[in-house]
Design a protein around this ligand. Structure first.
Ligand SMILES: [Zn+2]
Ligand SMILES: [Zn+2]
Length: 420
């Protein structure tokens, strides 16, 4: 029979990579706790409309990349392609806007996008997502970037760049749209088909195009940054001042436009040259109109997402195992009778006692212990039982000790002798 395999772009995460995942999550949880963020678990499946309304119907995500299907009840459902939409939905559904002046939340888990899989990009991928609702002041924009730096520092990630930009508000975007359309009209012949469509519907999206010729055209285009309204300009200047006070170095990249419609004012990306083509591994920004557009009261918002798969690629190998493990080699029924008490005594002290489930010869058990990489072996046979001891053998130094037969005392002695 043909074996069933994972779907294209989906995979099992195992071994050291999984350990790195867990480390990233643990370090992040720690920082979120210190800075007063609450964790939420969100559903993976939501109404399609949630994403269409929040992300925007002219974005690549909504147009081409969502795992959308009709369930047996006839409803259109989507596997979440990102977390912010669900966060906003939850914020409103839980009525947090009425209960708190400010809400700081985070979540982590799998997201789904139907993209062409490549190194570091999967159809099921993991994000850590942070959101702050209810703060208009640019101090929080800077605080989030400082938080990212602390987090990466603790993980030992040092080679990265933080790029920032302002994509303005509705006012500046309206006036810029005209400037932009005028510019692209003069270069229409060089744009790809997608971009010609974008020119009609949402010319700002042209900046997201990966087509080389389009990139060349956008390189000559005027920047939204240069037509920011007074309020947006002030916001960005204050933000830069706070960033300086936090002592974080960032670069202003006027070309940076996040691929989602809901961003306003500050946007940012953290990139690393060690990641190849897909350089960004953290991205975020402000979305001061989104809560209102999702049917809530006008509420400022800002957040970012960490691409866990890509971040994990930047982590150094984890240092040596600290796991406490020992093998119990036993021969004969009497010795086997001691297995369960020894197992319980080791587990109580946090030691992983390995053994053979089947009765095997001592030689074969020793070989097995060696394969498992156990540094120590407890040996028990009829002779040892008669003498009232358990033999402890060090696999490398070939030294040998006699431990008491009593399981509690034996494990206690094992710990003392080997610094386990
Ligand atoms: Zn503005
Ligand atoms: Zn294009």
């Amino acid at each position: 029979m043909e074996k069933i395999r994972t779907l294209r772009g989906f995979r099992d995460i195992v071994g050291e990579e999984l350990e790195k995942f867990r480390r990233v999550e643990a370090v992040f949880r720690g920082h979120c706790g210190i800075l007063g963020f609450r964790e939420i678990e969100l559903p993976v499946l939501e109404k399609t409309e949630l994403f269409v309304r929040s992300i925007g119907d002219t974005t690549d995500i909504v147009e081409k990349e969502m795992f959308t299907f009709t369930d047996i009840g006839g409803d259109s459902l989507t596997m979440r392609p990102e977390a912010t939409a669900g966060m906003v939905r939850s914020y409103l559904q839980e009525g947090l806007h009425a209960k708190e002046r400010m809400t700081k939340v985070f979540t982590m888990g799998p997201m789904f996008r139907h993209e062409r899989p490549q190194k570091g990009r999967y159809r099921e991928f993991h994000q850590i997502d942070v959101e702050v609702f209810g703060v208009k002041e640019p101090l929080v924009d800077a605080e989030l970037i400082w938080m990212i730096r602390m987090f990466l520092g603790e993980l030992g990630v040092e080679k990265y760049r933080i790029e920032v930009n302002s994509v303005g508000c509705k006012t500046c975007r309206e006036s810029f749209r005209g400037v932009l359309v005028d510019f692209f009209e003069t270069r229409k012949g060089e744009l790809c088909e997608d971009c010609l469509r974008r020119l009609e519907r949402n010319p700002l999206r042209i900046f997201d195009c990966k087509n080389e010729q389009c990139i060349r055209v956008t390189g000559d285009s005027p920047f939204l940054f240069d037509s920011l309204c007074g309020e947006c300009r002030d916001h960005f200047e204050l933000f830069q001042g706070y960033i300086e006070d936090f002592g974080v170095s960032v670069e202003t990249n006027k070309r940076l436009v996040r691929g989602l419609d809901y961003y306003t004012k500050t946007v940012f990306e953290v990139t690393s040259d060690d990641l190849g083509a897909q350089k960004a591994f953290i991205a975020g920004g402000r979305y001061d109109n989104l809560v209102g557009e999702m049917g809530g009261p006008a509420t400022a918002g800002i957040g970012f997402a960490v691409g866990v798969e890509r971040l994990v690629m930047l982590l150094a190998p984890l240092s040596g195992k600290t796991e406490k493990r020992c093998f119990f080699a036993h021969v004969g029924d009497q010795a086997r009778g001691r297995l369960i008490p020894l197992l319980k005594a080791s587990a109580a002290r946090g030691i992983n006692l390995l053994y053979s489930y089947e009765a095997k010869s001592l030689k074969s058990q020793m070989r097995y212990a060696d394969n498992l990489g156990c540094g120590f072996v407890l040996i028990l046979g009829d002779d040892e039982i008669q003498k009232g001891v358990i033999v402890l053998r060090d696999m490398t130094g070939k030294t040998q000790h006699e431990l008491p037969l009593d399981p509690e005392k034996a494990i206690e002695e094992l710990e003392r002798l080997n610094g386990l």
